[in-house]
Design a protein around this ligand. Structure first.
Ligand SMILES: Nc1ncnc2c1ncn2[C@@H]1O[C@H](COP(=O)(O)OP(=O)(O)O)[C@@H](O)[C@H]1O
Ligand SMILES: O=C(O)C1=C[C@@H](OP(=O)(O)O)[C@@H](O)[C@H](O)C1
Ligand SMILES: [Mg+2]
Length: 172
């Protein structure tokens, strides 16, 4: 396989898990958001603030297509919204691509995002009460796209190492 792609809602652990998986499997890791930030020379928050979400989604699609076009073996951590726009979910079905949905419950996501939302413009300004309800509805809306992944790994109640071990058992 050429690309191992991790997807799922904000805070499910895509960036954290991909980095650990990368060091264990000795396969380079790229975080889609980081590539976007480097190419734009701006943070994700600055892109949203200056140009808006529609512009970000276009950039995200272009960078995703660029990454998939390379023949390099890579682990790619997507942004939470990547599979949900611009038909990106169809790109997950391409040849040589293994896609894995890191599935987290609303409670797990809320616990993580409540302390970790400032760099995520979609949730940055929400109160705790708003956040819980927002995640529940948003996750429901996005689940259709996340469920297009080839594999699903439940992350609730698991340590980083346990989730990584689950992924390795899928890959081997
Ligand atoms: N068991 C766990 N697995 C993954 N992340 C965890 C876990 N426990 C706590 N975290 C924390 O949750 C956050 C997940 O964020 P991140 O990896 O950026 O997710 P994503 O890229 O999916 O938005 C990190 O701050 C990470 O340290
Ligand atoms: O869910 C989303 O729409 C987004 C998730 C973020 O990535 P993470 O899932 O890594 O936080 C980032 O791409 C951007 O803030 C938008
Ligand atoms: Mg991330």
């Amino acid at each position: 396989m050429r690309k191992i792609i991790l997807l799922g809602y904000m805070g499910c652990g895509k960036s954290t898990i991909a980095e650990k998986l990368s060091s264990l499997l000795q396969i380079p890791f790229v975080d889609l958001d980081r590539v976007i930030e480097i190419e734009a020379n701006m943070t994700i928050s600055q892109i949203f603030e200056s140009f808006g979400e529609v512009y970000f989604r276009k950039l995200e699609h272009d960078v995703f297509v660029e990454l998939l076009a390379s023949s390099d073996k890579q682990i790619i951590g997507l942004g939470g919204g990547t599979p949900c726009y611009a038909n990106n979910h169809e790109l997950l079905k391409g040849e040589g691509i293994t896609s894995i949905y890191l599935k987290a419950s609303v409670a797990t996501l809320f616990n993580r995002l409540a302390h970790n939302k400032s760099k995520r413009p979609i949730v940055a300004n929400k109160s705790d009460e708003e956040l819980q309800e927002f995640i529940a509805k948003h996750l429901f809306d996005r689940s259709y796209y996340y469920n297009q992944a080839e594999y699903k790994v439940i992350v609730d109640g698991k340590t980083i190492d346990e989730t990584v071990a689950d992924i390795i058992s899928i890959l081997t």
